[in-house]
Design a protein around this ligand. Structure first.
Ligand SMILES: Nc1nc2c(ncn2[C@@H]2O[C@H](COP(=O)(O)OP(=O)(O)OP(=O)(O)O)[C@@H](O)[C@H]2O)c(=O)[nH]1
Ligand SMILES: [Mg+2]
Length: 292
């Protein structure tokens, strides 16, 4: 029976069967309602930052640290461009060289079809992973535009990764994202420009009332990783969110809901054809938002 097969998928996933886990996550991602008991609060770390900053390489270091300490680590990589889910981004999986594969689960999630909002069922997937015994859930997203920060509405701990020679630090500052992080890792400390990058990040935070710590690391050599892990471990996710973070979190959920509305594509089309104004379009959509 359908119900039985759903619950046995969860039971099997809990017993360590990865195929069942993959199937379970795919079903959740496809919008199926699957009841999973809630017995704990998931431990979730969102890792964001500009393309190429070293997020995947750094996550491998973190996963390696935790897997060496007998923790099971699940990594969900949100791929903004791929229509395909379930498989691993080749590039990203290739960065997983240090972590113990028996203790690590890796999966990419497509963000396509959500117009850059929160991927389908992400929160339920996190819960499923947590309840089936994954002690740490890490979500990797590229943080370059407003929509991509949707992640902060599902992760209590946010790590921003930046580094030298990216020219993105300034942009990050502009978007106010430096402030939404709990921690900032200035990666690639082995490269010559790293001191300058640290300074530039610290300058960007100089007006912040409660600036997050900036930690210099090299995911390549492992320098500073121990310190970063200590900081992550001691974050207190319950201590409240900054106003900046609460705003982005709320706005991301609203944007996702608007984009998931069954009317969205039609209204966008009508506006593009000058049939209606955008204000009329917004009025037509009111009360017709999609869920999350
Ligand atoms: N020198 C140096 N190179 C690094 C370091 N960390 C990562 N890299 C390199 O930077 C490049 C990008 O690393 P990724 O880990 O794929 O970066 P990413 O942020 O996950 O990239 P996207 O997922 O494409 O946004 C790769 O060539 C890495 O080998 C570091 O600490 N030092
Ligand atoms: Mg990556």
């Amino acid at each position: 029976m359908e119900l039985n097969s759903k619950s046995s998928l969860f039971e099997n996933a809990k017993n360590g069967d990865r195929r069942s886990l993959a199937k379970l996550l795919t079903r959740i991602e496809n919008g199926e309602e699957i009841h999973i008991p809630t017995t704990k609060v998931p431990w979730v770390l969102g890792v964001t930052g500009p393309p190429g900053a070293g997020k995947s390489t750094l996550i491998d270091r973190l996963a390696s640290h935790w897997s060496d300490n007998k923790l099971r680590v699940a990594i969900l990589a949100v791929d903004p461009s791929s229509p395909i889910s379930g498989g691993a981004l080749l590039g990203d999986r290739a960065r997983m060289v240090h972590a113990n594969p028996t203790q690590v689960y890796f999966r990419s999630i497509s963000a396509r079809g959500n117009h850059g909002g929160i991927p389908n069922g992400l929160e339920a997937m996190i819960q499923a992973l947590s309840e089936s015994g994954w002690d740490r859930v890490i979500i990797e997203t590229v943080g370059v535009g407003q929509g991509e920060f949707a992640i902060i509405s599902v992760a209590d701990r946010i790590l921003l990764v930046d580094g030298p020679d990216r020219g993105d630090v300034l942009q990050a500052e502009k978007a106010g994202i430096l402030e939404i992080a709990d921690l900032i890792a200035c990666n690639k400390s082995d490269l010559p420009g790293s001191l300058k990058a640290m300074k530039s990040i610290e300058d960007g935070l100089s007006y912040s009332e409660n600036p997050p710590p900036v930690i210099s690391v090299s995911s390549l050599t492992g320098d500073g990783i121990e310190n970063l892990v200590q900081r992550i471990e001691t974050l207190k996710p319950d201590s409240g969110k900054s106003i900046a973070r609460a705003k982005i979190s709320l706005e991301s959920v609203l944007i996702s809901r608007i984009r998931r509305s069954p009317l969205y594509d039609d209204v966008v089309h009508d506006i593009s054809q000058n049939k209606i104004t955008s204000i009329q379009g917004a009025e037509r959509m009111e009360g017709n938002y999609g869920g999350i």
